[in-house]
Design a protein around this ligand. Structure first.
Ligand code: SF4
Length: 329
């Protein structure tokens, strides 16, 4: 079994990313089989608990208040509604439930108190609870951890050098600060990025290098293909080619072998065969949902996903993710 390394150079990662495709997939599939059961896929349900009206200007996001999109603004859902969704997700085979709020950052107010109650309620159902709420202080992270939060999602989005092209209302370093606060609180980290934003392959490699040189790799690494939302600055970007997704997933699998690599946004535009390539390249997690949306963009529904699992001989991961890599720093 290959060791977990934290000293990857960008040159090494670029060389992996650029390998002939079939060699790359073969290498990644080999690593995947050393660290994970290839037939098990973690099924996560993502629920938007507060939608739209966000003050940030992420150019890929339909929830930014400044863009004219069709997304309906929805204030924070009642706690009971969220718990009902979580119970349904569990009944449908999900082992992780992620709650997303379109906030720039968490504020110490009544809404945060309600999110704390949601975390407690979902935790009581025996699900891994994840949140994505924007920037977070260490004290807020500790509150979430004490309520039973298992993971916090905070994507890097893109490379440090391309960051300003995509978002002007915050800095790349602020992403890192929040991830560090999450770590200090003893919560596992879910962090990846998006491709198709107009970045170069060097930007993709640079983003992966930031993740793979962290003192502890994120336990979950979501790889998203841009969902082109009408009304956002990136609505006319070209569709991400399948092989670019496969290269990203395979490279992430090789350099962060113990992490869960999640095939995230973009699945709706993939055939079952294309998704199978991503699983072969080392993806072992998906988002699914009863409402056939991923936050505010379309996503395959749970029944379609379970049919795909049956066709491919896959099954939902039941147990908790390996936490061997997660220690408090
Ligand atoms: S990605 Fe998140 S922070 Fe950026 S605009 Fe959308 S909801 Fe706001």
């Amino acid at each position: 079994m290959n060791e977990i390394r934290h000293d990857w150079t960008k040159e090494e990662i670029q060389a992996i990313y650029d390998r002939p495709l079939l060699d790359l997939v073969y290498n990644a599939a080999t690593v995947h089989r050393q660290w994970h059961k290839p037939s098990e896929i973690q099924v996560c349900t993502l629920l938007s608990v507060k939608t739209g009206g966000c003050p940030e200007d992420c150019s890929y996001c339909g929830q930014a208040a400044r863009y004219h999109t069709d997304i309906k603004v929805q204030s924070l859902l009642p706690t009971e509604t969220v718990i009902e969704h979580a119970q349904k997700a569990k009944d449908n085979g999900s082992s992780r439930f992620c709650m997303a709020a379109a906030w720039r950052e968490v504020r110490n107010n009544k809404d945060f108190d309600r999110v704390i109650d949601m975390v407690k309620g979902v935790n009581n159902l025996g699900l891994e609870v994840c949140c994505t709420l924007g920037m977070l202080t260490e004290e807020q992270a500790i509150r979430l951890q004490e309520a039973g939060l298992y993971a916090y999602n905070h994507n890097l989005d893109t490379s440090e050098s391309y960051y300003d092209e995509i978002i002007s209302t915050r800095k790349f370093d602020q992403r890192i600060d929040t991830i560090n606060n999450v770590r200090k609180a003893g919560i596992t980290v879910c962090s990846g990025g998006i491709i198709g934003l107009g970045e170069t392959s060097a930007d993709r490699v640079s983003m992966l290098a930031t993740l793979a040189t962290m003192p502890i790799h994120p336990e979950s690494v979501p790889v998203n293909a841009l969902a082109r939302v009408k009304g956002t600055p990136l609505e006319n970007n070209p569709k991400v080619p399948l092989w670019d997704m496969v290269r990203m997933i395979a490279t992430a699998r090789i350099i962060m072998p113990a992490s869960i690599v999640r095939l995230s946004a973009g699945r709706i535009e993939m055939t079952e065969e294309e998704q199978a390539w991503c699983f072969m390249a080392g993806a072992n997690s998906i988002f699914t949902g009863e409402r056939e949306t991923l936050l505010v963009t379309p996503n395959p529904g749970i029944s379609e996903d379970m049919q795909m699992f049956q066709n491919l001989g896959l099954k939902p991961l039941k147990k908790e993710i390996s936490n061997a890599n997660a220690v408090v720093i």
